[in-house]
Design a protein around this ligand. Structure first.
Ligand code: UDP
Length: 253
């Protein structure tokens, strides 16, 4: 495995209760490579504004995020709030881009991934697309995320049989974070990442926002236009902005 070094475990920048401790894709990849090489289990969180708002009232979620090994700024809102405190925070590290980069780097780094989550067939399709795009990518397997409680043991057996280094879990916030926290001790992988709607995008089931929307930082608007059910989540955004602006801890990192 190639050694990558960086200051990925930087001093966290607190966004409400979220300790963001990663400021670039290179840092995230370097940190994850070091987690894979370690004996411990590591939870990686791709944080967005809805998570920061939920964390205010959901103590279980807050504890999980505080205990995570790596927290990346997945959304423009988190990046904006982190940048107010530390001007060095200038890059988003979204779940979609992180998973794609991990697939790409799995070829040279030698680690393997497993995709768990999304509707039946979607994770498998995402897996096939990544394998087509990055020849030699190590994706050990895929399963959908709509299993019932009695099926959990079988799901975990299948993951363990595939022996992945990195388990990517796409079940939405906060379900995926809680699922990882309560099952990671049963799973033989080193890294667990909650990745939201990533497989929907990587499989092509949901299109990424056009470049213009991305440039204007309006990806959230594109997502609501494509899926009005997301309006509830987007409605948390003004609340997030208000909470950040009125936050007492503004001066503290
Ligand atoms: N999902 C799942 N199991 C569930 C609920 C949701 O696998 O019980 C999947 C859903 O199909 C979608 C993803 O979780 O692929 C959630 O995507 P979303 O963009 O809503 O995530 P978030 O915005 O919370 O990051």
């Amino acid at each position: 495995m190639t050694a990558i070094t960086s200051d990925a475990h930087m001093q966290p920048v607190k966004v409400l209760d979220i300790p963001v401790n990663c400021s670039s894709m290179d840092d995230a990849l370097a940190a994850i490579a070091s987690f894979v090489a370690s004996d411990a289990k590591h939870h990686v969180i791709t944080a967005d504004s809805s998570m920061a708002v939920m964390g205010r009232t959901d103590s279980e979620l807050r504890r999980i995020v505080e205990d995570a090994s790596l927290v990346t700024p997945d959304s423009v809102g988190i990046l904006w709030a982190a940048h107010r405190k530390d001007p060095a925070m200038v890059a988003r590290v979204s779940g979609v881009e992180l998973v794609e980069e991990l697939c790409k780097h799995s070829v040279t780094e030698g680690y393997s991934l497993y995709f768990l989550g999304a509707a039946p067939g979607v994770a498998q399709l995402a897996c096939e697309r990544m394998a087509d795009r990055y020849a030699g990518a190590h994706i050990a397997g895929a399963q959908h995320g709509y299993f019932q409680e009695p099926e959990v043991a079988a799901v975990i057996d299948e993951i363990n049989a595939a022996r992945p280094d990195i388990l990517c879990v796409a079940m939405g916030i906060p379900r995926q974070e809680k699922w990882i926290a309560s099952h990671k001790h049963l799973i033989n992988a080193s890294v667990f990442i909650g990745v939201g709607g990533t497989f929907d995008v990587l499989s092509g089931s949901v299109k990424r926002a056009p470049h213009l929307f991305q440039r204007l930082k309006l990806e959230w608007l594109w997502r609501v236009m494509g899926n009005p059910k997301k309006i509830g989540k987007v409605m948390l955004l003004p609340r997030f902005v208000w909470m950040v602006i009125t936050s007492n801890s503004r001066g503290a990192r």
